[in-house]
Design a protein around this ligand. Structure first.
Ligand SMILES: Cc1cc2nc3c(=O)[nH]c(=O)nc-3n(C[C@H](O)[C@H](O)[C@H](O)COP(=O)(O)OP(=O)(O)OC[C@H]3O[C@@H](n4cnc5c(N)ncnc54)[C@H](O)[C@@H]3O)c2cc1C
Length: 89
């Protein structure tokens, strides 16, 4: 039975063959509602620059697109709020 065949992993292919990255900015540093950095207000992050990775199969694409959507909306909202806070001369 093929399932009983032991297969030992002996290594990985190098960086040039990598398909998803782990590491990056810690998720605890991000406000999920807007994807704004808690450390650098006004900076919005999404996708692979954050410490989140999934199995190959669309999870990384989904994360990139979904977090990008939220970050984009967050950035626009932030700019709109900043604009309305400018005191009138
Ligand atoms: C060969 C391969 C196959 C993959 N297959 C799958 C899969 O089947 N399913 C899946 O879910 N995920 C897959 N992935 C992973 C997926 O593509 C990534 O997780 C996803 O694209 C990350 O999106 P991102 O927007 O965070 O980063 P990226 O897609 O890397 O986008 C970053 C962008 O920033 C630009 N950039 C970089 N530096 C600068 C700069 N200084 N100024 C301006 N622009 C800059 C880059 O040119 C790039 O366009 C695959 C990845 C690879 C490499």
């Amino acid at each position: 039975m093929i399932a009983a065949l032991p297969v030992h992993v002996t290594g990985t292919r190098d960086y040039s063959h990598a398909e998803a990255m782990a590491g990056g900015v810690e998720l605890s540093e991000i406000d999920y509602h807007t994807m704004e950095s808690r450390k650098v207000p006004g900076l919005f992050l999404c996708g692979e620059i954050l410490d989140l990775d999934g199995r190959i199969g669309g999870f990384n694409f989904q994360w990139a697109w979904s977090s990008g959507y939220v970050a984009g909306r967050g950035a626009v909202e932030s700019l709109s709020n900043a604009h309305t806070k400018v005191p009138h001369a």
